[in-house]
Design a protein around this ligand. Structure first.
Ligand SMILES: Cc1cc2nc3c(=O)[nH]c(=O)nc-3n(C[C@H](O)[C@H](O)[C@H](O)COP(=O)(O)OP(=O)(O)OC[C@H]3O[C@@H](n4cnc5c(N)ncnc54)[C@H](O)[C@@H]3O)c2cc1C
Length: 409
């Protein structure tokens, strides 16, 4: 039986680990936190996930929250400012619903499931010396430690990185008490150009259905006031104040919000980073990265967990297809390039939302306000950002699409 070690027990690591157990591999997963610590700790993400990614969980029988988690049925995009209000406004259902299950709920449950299916879950912080030991005793070591320090083993791939510093100050707030929408549940995206974004959607947490608010503030801009926040109550108060000041069209829905719990807040900054896929240990042995280690996005478009799930599925297929062949460097490189072939489009989509849009994208977004077909195509891009690859970034291709749509309408 082939023996595989996965360092890091998050979306990427646990999903792959459970998939490998089902295929008859001997799997060890190592987490620096117990399930209880994760459950009782701070929120980790807003983890909105869409159909393609969720389908991988469903295939493995680990989509335990399909009945309980409120769906995300569509998107609603608005852009404007306090004086003029929302000048751009369109909405569309998605072809299939998304959902967001608090990772504090999901990961402890998956850890239990991993063990129930025969996996060896080890609790401990893996360092370089331990990684050497694991590489010497495993057929394959995968590193899925997200934003953890071990990521430094993987060299930054400068040619594939768009930014070298954070593009937003990011503040998450989990709340109860939102006024529901009166059409469909949605990924609500509000843009105040040059100032930042307010993104929010329904989710499931310890205390049941909730809403997650992500405020993305342009560094040094008028919403970047988070350093003064000292307590959960301050965090909630600033969230409400920024919504009232910069996204007033949304404010009535937030009038009576309260925190789901004092750990239902998070603040940080992410430098979008692409890393090379293989870590070389001092001994010369190699380990393969996955998930956030390889492609770390700003959470603006909610792609990281989706990438982690899609990547885990791709890795599972490739490991099984390898049979008894060596997990050598060429195999690792080919697999990681296969992942990049998809994940680059999530990075490009996200990065394009962090800078002022070029004129052809502005024209497209404006046209979505009158054209439900285009709005639907854009809504489905959150599920599959690669679907934008042939036209969204190319003014000529976009021009042709808009002309064809105008001719049909
Ligand atoms: C504010 C915010 C909002 C987000 N919102 C969304 C969203 O709406 N949709 C979406 O798709 N994505 C979102 N993401 C991104 C998403 O959370 C990540 O992309 C996803 O969790 C990555 O999965 P992963 O398995 O690679 O890493 P992680 O989920 O980070 O898991 C890594 C695990 O490894 C453990 N670990 C770390 N170091 C070690 C070590 N040395 N030894 C042992 N264990 C270790 C960690 O404790 C952790 O449990 C968001 C991220 C942030 C920060």
């Amino acid at each position: 039986m082939r023996n595989i070690t996965i360092v890091g027990a998050g979306q990427a690591g646990l999903q792959l680990g459970i998939g490998l157990l089902d295929k008859g591999y001997s799997v060890t997963a190592i987490s620096n936190r117990t399930g209880e610590e994760i459950a009782n700790g701070k929120v980790l993400s807003s983890q909105s996930m869409y159909d393609m990614a969720l389908s991988h969980e469903r295939e493995l029988g680990i989509a335990f929250w399909d009945e309980k988690c409120p769906p995300i049925e569509g998107i609603h995009v608005r852009a404007g400012d306090a004086q003029a209000g929302a000048q751009l406004d369109f909405r569309s259902r998605m072809s299939a619903n998304g959902q967001s299950v608090d990772q504090r709920v999901k990961m402890p449950r998956w850890m239990d499931e991993f063990q129930r299916r025969g996996g060896n879950l080890v609790i401990g912080e893996v360092d370089m010396a331990e990684l050497e030991r694991l590489a010497a005793t495993s057929d394959l070591v995968l590193v899925a430690t997200g934003k953890g320090d071990l990521g430094k083993l993987f060299e930054r791939d400068a040619a594939r990185c768009t930014f070298d510093r954070p593009q937003r100050a990011i503040a998450l707030t989990y709340v109860h008490g939102m006024v529901p929408r009166d059409d469909f549940t949605a990924l609500n995206i509000n843009i105040n150009p040059g100032v930042g974004e307010l993104v929010h959607f329904p989710a499931l947490t310890h205390s049941g259905p909730c809403d997650i608010i992500n405020i993305e503030s342009v560094p040094g801009g008028p919403m970047d006031r988070w350093d003064a926040v000292k307590t959960p109550a301050d965090h909630l108060a600033l969230t409400k104040a920024l919504i009232a000041e910069f996204f007033p069209w949304e404010a009535p829905r937030f009038a009576n919000i309260r925190l789901t719990d004092d750990n239902g807040i998070l603040f940080g900054r992410v430098t979008p980073t692409v890393r090379k896929s293989i870590g070389v240990l001092p001994s010369g042995r190699t380990v393969l990265g996955m998930g956030d280690i390889l492609v770390l996005n700003d959470p603006m478009t909610g792609q990281g967990s989706n990438n982690a799930a899609k990547g885990a599925s791709l890795y599972l297929e490739a490991i099984v297809a390898r049979g008894n062949g060596a997990f050598d460097r060429p195999w690792m490189e080919a697999l990681a390039e296969g992942y990049w072939d998809y994940a680059q489009w999530s990075a490009r989509f996200t990065n394009s939302m962090l800078v002022p849009p070029p004129p052809h994208v502005m024209e497209f977004l404006g046209t979505c306000c009158q054209n439900s077909g285009l709005a639907h195509q854009f809504a489905d891009a959150f599920n599959d950002p690669k679907s934008l690859s042939t036209w969204f970034y190319d003014p000529d291709a976009m021009g042709r699409l808009l002309a064809e749509t105008a001719a049909v309408a």
